[in-house]
Design a protein around this ligand. Structure first.
Ligand code: NAD
Ligand code: TDX
Length: 347
């Protein structure tokens, strides 16, 4: 019997992970622990409200008593930890909340698990992390699991710290842990502070399309469902104590990606080709902007048989379709605080 605590399950990736586990494993009880910050949205999960193997608890991972109470009440057997502050730009203007949630919050969860679990062989603490912990690549090379950590933003430094803490609980206390470091995800339900949904939203609204610097920075894009399949595999079959890199094999310069998005949205909206592209604006670069991320995902392929299945053209097509069909979701998440954030960040 598994009672799995999924943290951050009301966010972008978390909601896909929760939905996947609730549907695919009816024998598991899934407890979604989420503080419902600006990035957490119950609307991402309305289809699960009637599922009888699913519960949501609104709890902050920093709240020691509340987290312990959840472990006790639901007899938590395993953790898949996604809750985090996740946006690099926000970490540059307000680092402390990233340290609190991503480092101290992770330590708090680890402590709760350590206090509750008597036989570590029977329980898994799975930590979902990012490729940004490895730093920034030049024109060549790939991040491997053995690449030394070199985080360069407050966000990536906080995620690197949390990775180290999870490994420390494995080595010091013998906790069974798994870590994955994944490249940039995209797909439905992503909050429109991140590049892809922000650009889609701005194209729809005929606003400027802000590209940092000269648009030559490279990211490796992965469709979120491919990430979810990897998490499922690593959770069930990954080796205790190991790290696996996950990547999309889809490197794109930001400008090239924005061009693709412009063409895709224009086509789906029946606007003339070139309409959106005319609104691209090169804006002040992100401080410390990592140049290039690219992943060597050969370990997870060799050990667990995982490969990304969705190419960028297909994934972007599906993503744009989803955002255009869910205009009300987009309107609601971009009202209120988002307007203030946008004004301060983009002027
Ligand atoms: P997100 O910002 O969309 O969602 C984060 C979720 O965590 C939200 O539901 C939020 O309410 C919740 N949360 C935040 N602070 C909390 C707290 N103190 N207590 C409880 N819940 C809290 O993030 P995402 O993009 O879905 O990323 C999920 C995880 O995956 C993060 O750990 C992130 O570092 C990692 N990751 C993301 C990407 C990506 O491209 N988005 C890539 C690799 C790894
Ligand atoms: O308005 C923008 N203009 C722009 O040019 C925004 C928001 C971003 N960018 C650039 C910066 C990056 O090079 O686009 C690229 C992608 O930016 P984000 O969507 O902010 O993602 P990134 O900073 O690469 O980090 C993401 O991937 C790794 C997630 O936010 C992290 O949570 C994850 O760990």
């Amino acid at each position: 019997m598994k009672n799995i605590l999924i943290t951050g399950g009301a966010g972008f990736i978390g909601s896909h992970v929760v939905r996947h586990f609730v549907h695919k494993y009816p024998d598991y009880k899934i407890v979604n622990l989420d503080a419902l910050t600006y990035a957490g949205n119950l609307e991402n999960l309305t289809d699960l409200e009637s599922a009888n193997n699913y519960t949501l608890v609104k709890v902050d991972i920093n709240d020691e008593a509340a987290v312990n109470a959840v472990f006790d009440k639901y007899d938590i057997t395993d953790v898949i930890h996604l809750a985090a502050e996740s946006h690099v730009d926000r970490s540059i203007t307000d680092p402390l909340i990233f340290l609190r949630t991503n480092i101290l919050g992770t330590a708090n969860l680890l402590n709760a698990a350590k206090g509750k679990w008597s036989d570590f062989d029977k329980h898994i603490f799975y930590h979902v992390s990012t490729d940004e912990v490895y730093g920034s690549l030049g024109d060549t090379g790939l991040f491997e699991e053995t690449t030394p950590y070199d985080p360069r933003s407050p966000y990536s430094a906080s995620k690197a710290s949390s990775d180290h803490l999870v490994r420390a609980y494995h080595h010091t206390y013998g906790m069974q842990i798994k870590i994955t470091n994944c490249s940039n995800n995209y797909g439905p339900y992503q909050f429109p502070e991140k590049l892809i949904p922000l650009i889609i939203n701005n194209i729809v609204l005929e606003k400027k399309l802000p590209v940092y610097g000269d648009g030559s920075n490279v990211r490796d894009w992965l469709y979120v469902q491919d990430h979810v399949e990897a998490i499922d595999l690593v959770f069930h079959k990954g080796t205790n104590g190991e790290t696996y890199n996950i990547g999309g094999n889809n490197e794109k310069q930001n400008l090239e990606l924005v061009h693709l998005l412009c063409d895709t949205v224009d086509a789906q909206l029946g606007r003339p080709t070139g309409d959106a592209k005319s609104r691209i604006e090169f804006v002040t670069d992100r401080p410390g902007h990592d140049k290039r991320y690219a992943i060597d995902a050969s370990k997870i392929k060799a050990e667990l048989g995982w490969e990304p299945l969705t190419d960028v053209a297909t994934g972007l097509g599906k993503t744009v379709e989803w955002y255009l069909a869910n205009g009300e979701w987009l309107n609601r998440v971009t009202s209120g605080d988002y307007k203030k954030y946008y004004e301060v960040h983009y002027g």
